[in-house]
Design a binder for this molecule. Structure first.
Ligand SMILES: Nc1nc2c(c(=O)[nH]1)N[C@H]1C(S)=C(S)[C@@H](COP(=O)(O)O)O[C@H]1N2
Ligand SMILES: [Mo]
Length: 308
């Protein structure tokens, strides 16, 4: 399969190298990042000063074995070690139901969908609301291409996504106090932004089950919980509705969920993030470093409200 690498979206701060290249240069990189990243714990500079002065946002691409062994997939459990449990997920005959648009109430099977669009590589930073982060070489296609294909009418304002519901496969779904299935929702404008991505793979391989196979959303400027995995339904809506996390803890998981170092989570600061590869701390960047692509979406929103 030919995969196009769209370098336009690669942040210069990321070290955009293949895993092989990265491994060859590993000792050099670790030496550099280690010495530069260490002092930030005790600094009182603003994020921007730290970034400039120490140029410490250079983050290596996270290794395949790291990003497939440290996951959040609450259907399979609440620890980061759910990758084995997630192998129960049955990908055969996977279908996505469409609500609204030209294909309203129709099912599209994943194989058909996957052949429809050219596959691109997008190397994106990924920031969980829990303050860990990584850099992932996703494969997939732009969400905007899928939306054009689905032809929603102009009066739809939101796009909602739903994950599978199968308590026999995913044990944690037997716990009925969670509002299963996992759902997320974004505005149509956000969905059409060129960064919004449907991932169907990583490192040129099909998406591992624990990372949300066969298809998941990736919104690199928002906290990771918006990037819903293992999608079975896409619904166009005129009005907003509550999502999974927003129902559980509305004061902690807002609708926008844009990465913002200045708005702390109710229980911890968002000023820094921990890279899961190196365990080093890095300053959090507004919109996770993607400000130049997405700030127009929020020009009327006060900076303190970007998260909520
Ligand atoms: N269906 C579903 N999607 C989900 C989650 C989940 O528990 N279930 N966790 C979210 C959270 S909190 C994060 S940080 C990312 C983690 O993606 P990764 O495991 O591929 O790193 O998936 C998001 N999508
Ligand atoms: Mo997360």
């Amino acid at each position: 399969m030919k995969i196009l690498n769209n370098k336009k979206f690669n942040l210069t701060e990321n070290l955009v190298t293949s895993e092989k290249y990265y491994l060859n240069r590993r000792s050099f990189l670790f030496g550099m990042i280690g010495s530069l990243a260490l002092p930030i714990d005790n600094l009182s500079y603003s994020n921007d000063d730290v970034v400039k002065k120490y140029n410490i946002t250079k983050k290596p691409i996270t290794k395949y074995n790291t990003l497939t062994r440290y996951n959040n997939f609450f259907e399979f459990g609440t620890t980061k070690e759910i990758w084995k449990a997630a192998q129960k997920l049955d990908l055969n005959d996977w279908k996505v139901k469409i609500k609204g648009g030209k294909l309203d109430e129709k099912f599209i099977d994943f194989e058909t969908l996957n052949k429809k669009f050219d596959i691109e590589e997008r190397i994106y930073k990924f920031r969980c609301v829990e303050a860990w982060s990584m850099v992932v070489p996703w494969n997939g296609f732009e969400l905007s291409k899928l939306i054009s294909f689905l032809e929603p009418d102009a009066d739809f304002k939101y796009v909602a996504f739903k994950s599978f519901f199968d308590p026999n496969t995913a044990k944690n779904q037997k716990q009925s106090w969670y509002p299963w299935p996992y759902t997320e929702i974004i505005t149509m404008e956000e969905a059409k932004n060129e960064l919004a991505f449907i991932a169907t793979g990583v490192y040129g391989k099909s998406l591992p089950k624990q990372n949300g196979a066969p298809l998941r959303l990736v919104l690199p400027w928002k906290y990771g919980f918006k990037s819903i995995k293992s999608i079975v339904e896409i619904e166009f809506l005129k009005e907003s509705k509550k999502s999974f996390w927003n129902t559980i803890a509305p004061k902690e998981y807002g609708f926008w969920a844009n990465v913002n170092p200045k708005v702390p989570h109710k229980r911890w600061s968002q000023e820094f993030e921990r890279d899961i590869e190196s365990n080093k701390k890095f300053p959090t960047q507004i919109f996770n470093g993607y400000e130049r692509w997405v700030s127009y979406l929020y020009k009327d929103i006060n900076v303190d409200k970007l998260y909520f």
